[in-house]
Design a protein around this ligand. Structure first.
Ligand SMILES: *Cc1c(COP(=O)(O)O)cnc(C)c1O
Length: 356
């Protein structure tokens, strides 16, 4: 399939690299293609960034049949542009697609589309330390129909947004609130899919956390309300003594690319990393014994997000001495060094975006 390219007549004024924030500016072009049962995925094109026109009956607006991904393009010190593990994102998108009854995409074809798009927009990849071009592949159900069933037609699109450093004032440990009143995902549900409804369902508890001065919610399992699953929309790690522990993937946890990178990297340093169930009570007991050394989240947006304190019922525990622990700091630095091309890519995680 050839990708048709329509260039924008006028290009936008690009925002300066300082003060980009997150997700408010979009590049000049986007990729899209459509699906129907007769033609499969067809009409791939790169067109000027702009609104879609759709019927108010469009199925995604009613039943939330939507999946997305999040990855980044990074500019290296030599001015080159590169992606971090992009195939893992498209493979995960196909896993989400299966759960949401959405037809799968050809990962090598969408890789080619992504490389073409990022190459066209390479001037949009910012250069200031910590900045990047955030990439959002999405699939939505497009039948204009309000009966409940899986849609027959879909649109896949990729939009891109230059984003600022996540920690412009340096690494600040976040405060998290453990809720037993709300859950993010349940056994047999769609927790392991990156699907729109999971995020809509997380907003209410997150607002309650914010009102109480907490940044993120720590989600417990939806069956026993005992075991830690995730923090906000990040995976979670604990340093217990000299071992790193993270909740095992159980169907309701999203399998993060950063999570996998953290596990691989820490093991390559010779550290013991265990994926298992982690009870919230175990963490409070470990803290009482002085064994809970570090807690941090992992995700594409922040890479590593250190946790400063955790509130559960009326009890608040402080992690470490209020500064970022040595393991979180080292993971943050070494992962960023690979992403920005400052360190050797021993795992084959980097895909360069070569100019055509
Ligand atoms: C996207 C996401 C993550 C992190 O995944 P990465 O691939 O590391 O960015 C973790 N949890 C949830 C719920 C997510 O949506």
């Amino acid at each position: 399939m050839d990708i048709s390219i329509t260039k924008a007549d006028t290009l936008k004024d690009r925002p300066s690299d300082t003060g980009l924030g997150f997700g408010t500016h979009f590049t000049d072009h986007m990729f899209m293609m459509d699906y129907n049962p007769e033609k499969g995925w067809h009409k791939p094109c790169i067109v000027p960034y702009g609104p879609f026109s759709m019927s108010p009956a469009t199925m995604v607006l009613h039943y939330g049949q939507a999946i997305f991904e999040g990855l980044k393009a990074y500019r290296t010190s030599t001015g080159d542009v590169q992606l971090f593990r992009p195939r893992d994102n498209f493979n995960r998108m196909n896993k989400s697609a299966e759960m949401l009854c959405i037809p799968e995409i050809d990962t090598e074809f969408v890789m080619k589309a992504l490389l073409t798009l990022v190459d066209m927009e390479r001037d949009w990849v910012p250069s200031e330390p910590g900045t990047s071009l955030y990439i959002r592949p999405t699939i939505i159900a497009t039948d204009p129909y309000i009966g409940l069933r899986a849609s027959h037609t879909y649109r896949f699109f990729i939009i891109m947004s230059p984003v600022g450093a996540y920690y412009p004032e340096g690494f600040n440990p976040v405060k998290i609130w453990v809720t037993r009143d709300y859950v993010r995902a349940v056994r047999g549900g769609v927790g392991r899919a990156k699907t729109a409804g999971n995020y809509a369902a997380s907003l209410y508890a997150t607002e309650i956390a914010h009102k109480d001065g907490y940044t993120q919610v720590m989600w417990l399992d939806g069956v026993e309300l005992k075991y830690v699953e995730e923090v906000g929309s990040m995976n979670i790690f604990f340093v217990l003594g000299d071992e790193i522990v993270t909740p095992q993937l159980n169907g309701s946890i999203l399998s993060g690319v950063t999570r996998d990178s953290v596990i691989t990297m820490a093991r390559s340093w010779g550290m013991k990393v265990t994926e298992r169930r982690v009870a919230i009570d175990e963490l409070f007991e470990a803290h009482a014994k002085g064994q809970l050394k570090e807690v941090f989240g992992s995700g594409t947006a922040a890479v590593i997000s250190p946790v400063g304190n955790i509130k559960f019922h009326e009890k608040v525990i402080d992690i470490g001495d209020g500064t970022v622990g040595p393991i979180a700091s080292r993971l943050f630095k070494e992962l960023m060094d690979i992403q920005y091309g400052k360190a050797e890519d021993k795992q084959g995680w980097i895909v360069p975006v070569n100019p055509t």
